[in-house]
Design a protein around this ligand. Structure first.
Ligand code: HPA
Ligand code: ZN
Length: 340
């Protein structure tokens, strides 16, 4: 067993991919304050500390209410660029070599901000990071599941001219009461148009929502998915198909999916042969970026070096990358493990 300081050093340099990060959830209070000032927007808080202090939530809906309000400061293409750039700089510090970001266009179009404004700002930051420090990326468009299937279809249509910038569509926001089946027609159309599919399922929703995501939405990965462990047949299905789970440990504790990090089921997921990955979800709101999530599970669940290597490898294997790029990243993990 590595000592904590050695474990942290090992995590710090371990090459990894992040596959579950809502870019709007990376907006730090400092930047939120700055953008509000730049755009002449009144925030109901008079300091950065007051914003941070308002992050008092212990369930998904209370979090979402604050998260959507925070996104209201994003107005211009430059704002979206600055938010995304700040995340990418932070990701680089955590040895993130590849990242797949969610964005929520409806959070912006419903406020009168054009789809193209959000997309262009996010995309230009991703291209800049590729050029300046070699982080590769993909973008995933998430539909807000508390809104209608018709609204999701209209959003998909807005994305069609920008297909080359968006690899997949997903489903986020309030899970309970908004099962995957509600979006079957939208996902059928998205796949027909060449998008891959993912969905948040089994975070607060029951295992049945994971079955629906697999059977009706034909997803490549399940986002969260931790409640699969309540259903043995479902676990067998996920293991047999090698379906990855993008698990977000600090998010799960903050939103009381698990009471404490020691209660998190990540070690059991791995022991059952599920292809679990570790991710930050909404790092500005949930207490940490990717390496903090790795540290939390390493320490809270007594994960050893081999488990951390497995998690890093799973992240690249589960990425939406061509085989040759996955192989190159996996070789980087092997080289790091061999030298450390
Ligand atoms: N769950 C569901 N929807 C979300 C989340 C989440 O953790 N973060 C942003 N939208
Ligand atoms: Zn999420």
């Amino acid at each position: 067993m590595l000592r904590v300081s050695d474990l942290r050093a090992f995590i710090a340099g371990l090459p990894k991919a992040e596959l579950h990060i809502h870019i709007e959830g990376s907006l730090e209070p400092e930047l939120m304050f700055e953008l509000a000032g730049r755009n002449g927007i009144e925030l109901p808080y008079d300091s950065v500390e007051a914003i941070r202090a308002a992050y008092e939530f212990s369930n998904l809906q209370d979090f979402l209410d604050i998260y959507y309000a925070g996104a209201g400061v994003l107005q211009t293409e430059q704002d979206f660029h600055d938010m995304t750039w700040a995340y990418l700089l932070r990701a680089r510090e955590d040895a993130v070599r590849h990242t797949e970001l969610f964005f929520d266009p409806q959070t912006h179009t419903d406020r009168g901000i054009a789809f193209e404004v959000a997309l262009a700002g996010i995309d230009s930051a991703l291209q800049r990071a590729k050029t300046e420090f070699g982080i590769t990326s993909r973008l995933i468009l998430c539909f807000l599941r508390h809104l209608s299937a018709e609204a999701a279809m209209a959003t998909l249509e807005q994305a069609l001219p920008h297909r080359e910038k968006i690899v997949a569509v997903g489903l986020d926001s309030s899970e309970l009461g908004h099962p995957p089946e509600k979006f079957q027609a939208v996902f059928d159309r998205a796949r027909a148009e060449g998008f891959l599919t993912v969905a948040h399922a089994g975070e607060e929703g029951p295992p049945d929502y994971i079955w629906q995501a697999l059977d009706l939405l034909k997803v490549e990965r399940i986002d969260h998915g931790v409640r699969c462990m309540e259903d043995d047949a479902l676990v067998e299905r996920l293991v047999a198909a090698g379906t990855p789970l993008t698990v977000c440990p600090l998010s799960n504790v903050k939103l009381r999916v698990f009471d404490t990090i020691e209660d998190h089921n990540l070690a059991h997921l791995l022991a059952r042969g599920l292809k679990a990955t570790v991710n930050s979800d909404d790092p500005s709101y949930f207490g940490g970026y990717l390496n903090r999530n790795f540290e939390a599970v390493a320490e809270g669940l007594d994960l050893d070096r081999d488990a951390l290597i497995t998690l890093a490898k799973n992240s690249f294997e589960a990425a939406f990358l061509p085989a040759a790029m996955k192989a190159a990243y996996l070789a980087e993990v092997d080289a790091y493990a061999a030298e450390d």
